[in-house]
Write a protein that binds this ligand. Structure first.
Ligand SMILES: Cc1ncc(COP(=O)(O)O)c(C=O)c1O
Length: 378
């Protein structure tokens, strides 16, 4: 089992810690949320502060459906949407409703480090499927299906955490066909779907819920603010029924009505699309800066690909190098990274590391990568 990183919170002052996968302060929209709150309290009926519907407030789901349709170009039925407390909560919830202890879940290798403890909490057997240039290696996936009968398959199809890769359209179709054939449910974590820099990724799994057993997970954490702890599920009818048939929802309805009212006001005003466009532009500049800084300071020392969206660069050191042995030197140089082994279910990928470009300005990114060079080249 790999060592799990804990939640980073704010990095130490003076350090440029690229392990931090959260927005920088200048990209957290205080004014937008203040406006949403103000309009909610101005327009609300007292009943809006009461319990609510299991699936989440219908007005919220309607305006969210419009927003998602605008983003993908495909119509979205609000009844295919369910409110959540963000993707982490939704993953935990989906495991409790759709699987039982001892069931098998396929995950990508590497994958989002904080997903592993959720799956372990539910006693699931985690089987790793490698990621290649086109995302999850679907040939290997099919081979593993001759040995295992997964209940769930967890994938991060767009701007994967940590590799930044995108699951090819043809691989998506094969996964959907296999989910029909073998009866597993695809948990598609689409946290970075809208955060592309230039070319959008293929349409989200949310647009393909009729083509297989799909639970597509979205969140406002990376397109508005993590503290909202608000997201959504878009699901095929069968898993949706099972998600809604929960004792926890009978009591009071869904989990986060208040935050959904505030976000509804932002969506109704049409403000979210413009904010997401700003985020895309800022993150594109930061990714560009990181690519240029790596080229300047670490060419020939590490290998990397520039991602087309999301938050992360995945770096490979020469085979046999253990990134963990460089952590102390990086700290001493005033910087930091996440080891590849933290992103591996089996503690592998020791020669790899993940850098996030989301939390720092262009000038800090240049300085931080120069510091990494001092740690790596001695
Ligand atoms: C792949 C992935 N899934 C989920 C999350 C967390 O989502 P939420 O804040 O909605 O729980 C993150 C945050 O970094 C992530 O990278």
């Amino acid at each position: 089992m790999s060592a799990q990183p804990s939640f980073d919170g704010a990095p130490e002052r003076g350090t440029i810690n690229f392990s931090v996968g959260q927005p920088s302060a200048d990209l957290l929209p205080l004014a937008l949320l203040a406006g949403g709150c103000e309009r909610f309290f101005k327009d609300a009926a007292p009943f809006d502060l009461n319990y609510g519907q299991r699936q989440g407030d219908a007005r919220f789901r309607t305006v969210l459906a419009d927003f998602l349709a605008g983003a993908s170009g495909a119509a979205v039925d609000p009844d295919t949407l369910m409110l959540t407390g963000g993707i982490s909560q939704a993953l935990d919830y989906a495991c409790s409703r759709l699987a039982k202890a001892g069931d098998v879940i396929f995950v990508e290798e590497p994958s989002y480090p904080f997903a592993f403890p959720i799956f372990r909490d539910h006693g699931l057997e985690i089987i790793s499927v490698p990621v290649d240039a086109g995302g999850m290696d679907v040939d290997r996936f099919e081979q593993l299906l001759t040995q295992y009968r997964p209940t769930l398959v967890y994938t991060i199809p767009a701007f994967h955490n940590p590799t930044g890769r995108v699951l090819e359209a043809a691989h998506r179709e094969r996964l959907l066909a296999l989910s029909r054939q073998h009866g597993f449910t695809i948990l598609a974590d689409e946290v970075y779907q809208l955060l592309y820099h230039g070319t959008p990724p293929p349409p989200s799994f949310g647009t393909r819920i009729a083509a297989g057993n799909v639970v597509a997970l979205g969140t406002f954490s990376k397109i508005l603010a993590p503290a909202l702890r608000l997201g959504w599920i878009q699901a095929s009818p069968e898993p949706m029924q099972r998600l809604l048939a929960s004792g926890a929802l009978i009591s009071g309805g869904n989990f986060n009505h208040f935050a959904s009212h505030v976000v509804r006001k932002i969506l109704e005003a049409g403000e979210l699309a413009a904010f997401v466009a700003t985020l895309r532009a800022r993150y594109a500049e930061r990714a560009q800066a990181m690519d240029a800084a790596l080229g300047k300071h670490l060419a020939g020392v590490v290998r990397w690909e520039k991602p087309g969206g999301g938050y992360f660069f995945w770096l490979e050191l020469p085979d046999g190098t253990d990134a963990a042995t460089l952590e102390a030197a990086a700290r001493a140089a005033g910087t930091g990274f996440l080891t590849g082994s933290a992103c591996s279910n089996a503690g592998g990928l020791r020669n790899c590391l993940r850098l996030s470009f989301a939390h720092y300005s262009v000038s800090d990114i240049h300085e931080g990568i120069a510091r990494l060079r001092r740690a790596f080249v001695r």
